[in-house]
Write a protein that binds this ligand. Structure first.
Ligand SMILES: [Zn+2]
Length: 143
């Protein structure tokens, strides 16, 4: 499969480049993400840690927040690739699954990889079944 000429392998290579930029003085655990926008351009993300720990941000959310800040519309993205040094293809954490489900379309593919070249592809909907979303907030608004 390819998106704007990008294959899952090429996107994982881009994610691996972003992984090198991770700021991880505490965990030493690097993660990289590559988010492809509707125009076929890649937005990079890496994890960024903090001495206070809880302000740390994952690679997936870094890529999404950068793209949103750069003016790209929510749910306009084509695919996200994520890579880490894990025995199996890395999977997004629960917090990132929630953010991905809000900012990406349910059918958007998520390509997960590791440094050994293992790849697993899933979709946003499969990553977070029954996701809490914008329609839940609207429904709950009562005057
Ligand atoms: Zn995460």
């Amino acid at each position: 499969m390819s998106w704007s000429g990008w294959t899952q392998e090429k996107l994982l290579e881009q994610a691996a480049e972003a992984m090198k930029r991770a700021y991880v003085p505490y965990s030493k655990f690097r993660v990289g993400a590559a988010l492809l926008d509707a125009d076929g351009r890649v937005h990079y993300g890496c994890n960024v840690e903090n001495a206070a720990y809880s302000p740390s941000n994952c690679a997936e959310r870094t890529a999404l927040f950068r793209a949103i800040a750069d003016g790209h519309a929510a749910r306009s993205f084509q695919v996200m690739a994520v890579i880490g040094d894990t025995p199996q293809p890395i999977t997004p954490c629960g917090v990132c699954r929630q953010v991905i489900s809000e900012l990406c379309s349910p059918e958007m593919p998520v390509v997960m990889g590791n440094l050994q070249g293992d790849i697993r592809v899933t979709t946003v909907a499969e990553l977070l079944p029954g996701a809490f979303g914008p329609s839940d907030v609207e429904y709950g608004k009562k005057d």
